[in-house]
Ligand binder design. Structure first.
Ligand code: HEM
Length: 199
């Protein structure tokens, strides 16, 4: 007699990354909200510095040859240039280029999962920038949806990441990378907003 299935269907890698990092996501989400980055342009300028620090630290990963072989088109996805353009729009000086995150490719998948996924929730953030008179052509370029649309773009990325064959150890590295990426975002956020988090 065939045995009843006793465990849920195996999940894709991104699904596992989501499960492993959902608490981190929620604390980061809450911190961003507490920072009130869209309350005025001064706060938004800080938010841009936060985005500059985070996305700037990942440029090396987005340009990495192995990762571009694994995820074709990856180099075009970095939002660092758009963040810089947003800062230029608002007349903000650009800090020096952030130190680069250097990790092995499996761990990098977790970092990229975090960075690309942040564009999903950015729909809400993008809307908020309109209150500051900003949009996809001025000041809020880096939060604008991908031309394909956020959901379609995300599904294509997930398919690429899920499609990579990794060892069990590699998979664990990817989870480690996703959590490290959220930690890093939190650290950038605290560095930029520290004193203004509860003000
Ligand atoms: C106030 C700030 C934020 C809000 C309100 C927010 C909200 C959301 C929402 C609603 C989703 C699900 C969207 C969907 O499934 O269509 C999502 C997904 C996601 N967000 Fe955020 N987010 C915020 C900040 C961030 C930040 C700063 C990061 C990373 C640094 C991040 C990383 C992710 C990731 C990786 C996913 C994909 C989860 C999955 O695997 O489905 N989010 N966010």
């Amino acid at each position: 007699m065939p045995s009843m299935p006793s465990s849920p269907a195996p999940q894709g890698r991104c699904q596992r990354l989501k499960l492993a990092s959902s608490r981190d996501h929620d604390t980061v989400d809450a911190l961003v909200m507490a920072a009130r980055p869209f309350a005025d342009r001064e706060r938004y300028a800080r938010f841009l510095r936060l985005q500059y620090g985070f996305h700037g630290s990942l440029v090396g990963l987005y340009q990495d040859t192995t990762l571009n072989r694994w995820l074709p088109g990856l180099a075009q996805l970095s939002r660092f240039n758009a963040v810089q353009a947003d800062m230029n729009d608002l007349g903000l000086s650009l800090p020096s280029v952030p130190a680069q995150v250097v990790v092995e490719a499996p761990e990098a998948l977790g970092w990229l999962y975090c960075s690309e996924g942040s564009n999903l929730g950015a729909a809400f953030l993008f809307k908020q920038t309109q209150q500051l008179g900003l949009d996809a052509a001025f000041g809020a370029r880096h939060l604008a949806p991908h031309p394909q649309g956020r959901a379609l773009h995300w599904r294509a990325f997930v398919e690429q990441v899920d499609g990579q064959v990794l060892s069990e150890a590699g998979d664990a590295q990817a989870v480690k990378g996703a959590i490290a990426a959220f930690d890093s975002y939190r650290a950038h956020l605290r560095a930029v907003f520290g004193d203004a988090l509860d003000a």
